[in-house]
Design a protein around this ligand. Structure first.
Ligand SMILES: Cc1ncc(COP(=O)(O)O)c(C=O)c1O
Length: 354
């Protein structure tokens, strides 16, 4: 009964979309969502819980994550008015699309890339144009420049997902120079690669950078991300965040982590070391290709089809991401770098498959 009414109630842009889902197979080893495999040590968690114990629970949190913005601003030598905080960088991206896009506006992104850019832009009725990568997953510069010139928003995940490739900052600069629209540089994985576009913010009023605590900072369960941009732009985009969106525990966790940068740096270098060791071993196997990556994940080809590789790994307790339906990705699965033990297990199972 309700189905016939739904079409009248819900906007067509929403009806036309499928629900965002992830495969939640319960395997002992989880290498499918590019999370950090290294949780915060117990003694650090205990210290954090003391802070949480002392913080006030019956009042709303501070508005707009004010103090966390100040602390991030100090870290990046920016003003707090250039920073907005979201429940994950996803919420920052959503606030950007809400603030900027009307029906029919053009949005440009690379293809393949992170799915949320088109999903959120389509919610607003925007038209998507994709700049397809070449067969080595590199950006086709002229195409990106031409297409972004027409766009109100251009999304560049840097490094990109699922490819793991880093785009030189010069290219970001060129895109920002050529378009009258905004360029959103999604730096979710930048801690693994370096090469941030933050230094461009001062020169380019049309660049927005989004970042997250979910990946290199091992905090995916708290939902914390931020955007960096010109302060006039930040003021407008902040209006599209819900008041008190950042709960006190998340803001507190952000503060706390910023005081533990040494631990974060150690975690990052352990993951990068593991990635390189694993890639060398996998690439030595006949018919296997681990694509070079600047992130905490990589694309993997085996002589078997992605769906078979996915299934066999899952049967052996490892969940990866079958991305073979993405453009250009017919042969690949995406694997998050795990702990040394998890990576050893992955390698063993792959060798058994051959
Ligand atoms: C490229 C990219 N950007 C943004 C996100 C969203 O991160 P979060 O909302 O956890 O900050 C992800 C998550 O997988 C991602 O891969």
């Amino acid at each position: 009964m309700i189905e016939s009414k739904i079409n009248g109630w819900i906007r067509k842009e929403i009806l036309n979309q499928s629900l965002y889902t992830v495969n939640n197979l319960n395997t002992p080893i989880k290498l499918n969502q590019n999370e950090s495999p290294i949780d915060w040590p117990k003694d650090i968690k205990k210290q954090f819980l003391l802070y949480l114990h002392d913080c006030v629970w019956n009042r709303y949190p501070e508005i707009n994550g004010e103090n966390l913005r100040k602390k991030l601003a100090r870290k990046f030598h920016l003003s707090k008015n250039q920073i907005i905080i979201g429940k994950g960088s996803n919420e920052v991206i959503q606030a950007i699309t809400t603030a900027t896009l009307s029906s029919g506006d053009i949005v440009c992104h690379l293809s393949p890339t992170f799915a949320l850019y088109s999903l959120l832009s389509q919610h607003r009725g925007a038209k998507i144009i994709q700049s397809k990568l070449d067969y080595e997953f590199n950006v086709v510069l002229d195409d990106l420049i031409n297409k972004s010139a027409m766009a109100k928003l251009t999304f560049i995940a840097n490094p990109n997902s699922p490819t793991g490739k880093l785009l030189p900052i010069e290219i970001v600069k060129k895109v920002a120079e050529q378009t009258s629209g905004l360029v959103i540089v999604d730096e979710a994985y930048i801690d693994f690669s370096g090469g941030s576009a933050i230094p461009l913010i001062e020169q380019f009023e049309n660049i927005i950078i989004t970042r997250t605590f979910s990946k290199a900072w091992s905090l995916a369960s708290f939902r914390l991300g931020y955007g960096i941009m010109h302060n006039s732009l930040a003021l407008e985009i902040q209006k599209c965040m819900l008041p008190f969106n950042i709960d006190s525990p998340s803001a507190l966790a952000g503060h706390f982590l910023l005081d533990h940068m040494d631990h974060i740096k150690k975690t990052i270098s352990a993951i990068v070391d593991e990635r390189e060791k694993l890639a060398i071993k996998l690439n030595a196997l006949h018919g296997v290709k681990a694509w070079s990556s600047r992130t905490n994940f990589f694309m993997l080809e085996t002589p078997l089809s992605p769906s078979v590789t996915f299934r066999k790994l899952a049967e052996n307790g490892i969940l990866v991401r079958d991305i073979s339906s993405y453009p250009l990705c017919e042969k690949v699965i995406r694997v998050t770098v795990g702990t040394a033990k998890e990576n050893k297990r992955l390698y063993k199972i792959i060798t058994n498959l051959l």
